[in-house]
Design a protein around this ligand. Structure first.
Ligand code: GDP
Ligand code: MG
Length: 441
């Protein structure tokens, strides 16, 4: 992908805002690259569309090219989709004994992952774990798990010949309860392909133990197949998370993206080898970097953006010191507040601002109000923002209507702008402003 995009991006070197054409050209290549990384076609298509909407019209940060900017946007979006909700690597295993059901196709890495996860839960989380193999079909499958158990020092359910998968599951539950285990893990049998008998058996096991976590173990190198398997298992059994194995291989990990996009289920862990300690918490950033293969550009853009923000703050401060504080300034302050967790956070950082903070609290400045205030400013024209003195009754009405708020709200906002302007001016004289702004950055 690097070389491919590199070529395109060399051609996109104008500065300013990202044009339709910039974005389209870059994304055409991104799409091909995603497909090459084994991302499924519809997922790649949706992804590119989402990025296109986000990227077009975005300002290009000084000192980087539009192409580099697009890479950063693509990377952020990838990471966003890969992350989803919840913490990767966390499992719901309270209420002992908590059943964890391991499902997937044969050869995907279920048994290996069962061992790895049992080891991790034992060593890292201090849990008492019992493992049981429900694979009554493959010769010596149950023994395979028993051997792993001995290796890693985790108990396995004694093997009883002739039992069904459901019978083994029930016995595991009983043993886990009696033996005071925190967790019991059920390693189910797989098939080479999904079939009705397999699904029915897993359903029966699920109903017998009501698992806290149902983890789908899939080979991360199988790309599209992995996604189909995930859809199928999620539809029939209902999974709570995914473990992608063989991520130590040279695949680009595109399956991770498709998997997230199609099932919406979190990827919890990745298998990084055959050894029992080769299980890692899923890290969206790393996988996004791998799918895209352009980590250095992403870092460069982040650095450039930081520098620009600092420069902007410096420029703003100079204006404040001169007593210039218009609606554009107020808007960026409000946005900054949103980022930093509201008014209190900011005022708390400014010396001697206790009284002002109380006043603001009295005015009810919280996140919702910040949003409303920003909406009010957005309904103003450019000229009005630069010069709020223009705002007479009819303009006020128009703005209030445009943002769905009352004129009284707008008046409050105007008062705030005046107050803050005065405050900034005063602080500027004493050199306090500089100090305060430093604290905010
Ligand atoms: P199951 O049929 O789903 O139980 O799959 P197994 O756990 O028996 O694994 C099948 C093969 O894949 C074994 O040779 C494992 O050592 C190997 N394997 C499992 N996970 C990984 C992984 O993350 N990386 C690599 N390189 N090999 C793995
Ligand atoms: Mg197995």
């Amino acid at each position: 992908l690097s070389e491919r995009l590199g070529g395109v991006f060399d051609r996109l070197t104008k500065q300013g805002a990202l044009s339709d054409e910039d974005v389209k050209t870059a994304l055409r290549e991104v799409r091909v690259a995603l497909l090459e990384a084994d991302v499924s076609l519809p997922v790649a298509r949706d992804f590119v569309k989402a990025v296109q909407e986000k990227a077009t019209g975005q300002a290009v940060t000084k000192s980087i090219t539009p192409g580099q900017q697009v890479v950063k946007i693509v990377h952020d979006e990838l990471q966003h989709i890969l992350r989803g909700e919840g913490e990767p690597g966390e499992l719901k295993i309270d209420n002992a004994p908590a059943p964890i059901l391991m499902v997937g196709l044969q050869g995907g890495g279920k048994t290996t992952t069962t061992g790895k996860l049992a080891k991790r839960l034992t060593e890292k989380n201090g849990k008492r774990v019992l493992m049981a193999s429900l694979d009554i079909y493959r010769p010596a499958a149950q023994q395979q798990l028993a051997i792993l158990g001995t290796q890693i020092g985790v108990d396995t359910l004694p093997i009883v010949a002739g039992e069904s998968a459901v019978q083994i599951a029930k016995r595991a539950k009983q043993q886990a309860t009696l033996g005071g285990y925190d967790v019991y893990m059920l390693d189910t049998a797989g098939r080479l392909q999904i079939d009705e008998t397999l699904m029915k058996e897993v359903e029966d096991v699920r109903d017998a133990v009501n698992p806290r976590e149902t983890l789908l173990v899939v080979d991360g190198l199988t790309g599209q197949v992995a996604v189909e398997v995930a859809e199928e298992f999620d539809g029939k059994i209902g999974i709570t998370g995914v473990v992608l194995t063989r991520m130590d291989g040279d695949g680009r990990g595109g399956a991770a993206l498709s998997m997230r996009a199609v099932t919406g289920k979190p990827i919890k862990f990745v298998g990084m080898g055959e050894k029992m300690d080769a299980l890692e918490t899923f890290e969206p950033e790393r996988v996004a970097g791998r799918i895209l293969g352009m980590g250095d550009i992403v870092a460069l853009v982040e650095k450039a953006q930081e520098t620009i923000e600092a420069e902007q703050a410096e420029r703003m401060m100079k204006r404040f010191q001169k007593g210039q504080f218009n609606m554009n300034d107020l808007k960026s302050q409000l946005e900054q507040m949103q980022k930093m967790g509201g008014m209190e956070g900011i005022m708390g950082m400014m010396p001697g601002m206790g009284k002002m903070t109380k006043q603001m609290e009295g005015a009810g400045i919280d996140d919702r109000i910040l949003k409303q205030q920003i909406a009010l400013i957005q309904s103003m024209t450019k000229r009005e923002r630069a010069n709020p003195a223009l705002l007479q009754a009819s303009r006020k009405k128009r703005i209030a209507k445009g943002s769905g708020m009352e004129v009284s709200e707008l008046n409050k906002l105007l008062k705030m702008q005046r107050q803050m302007g005065d405050m900034m001016k005063k602080m500027g004289k004493g050199g306090m402003l500089k100090q305060a702004m430093k604290g905010m950055l």
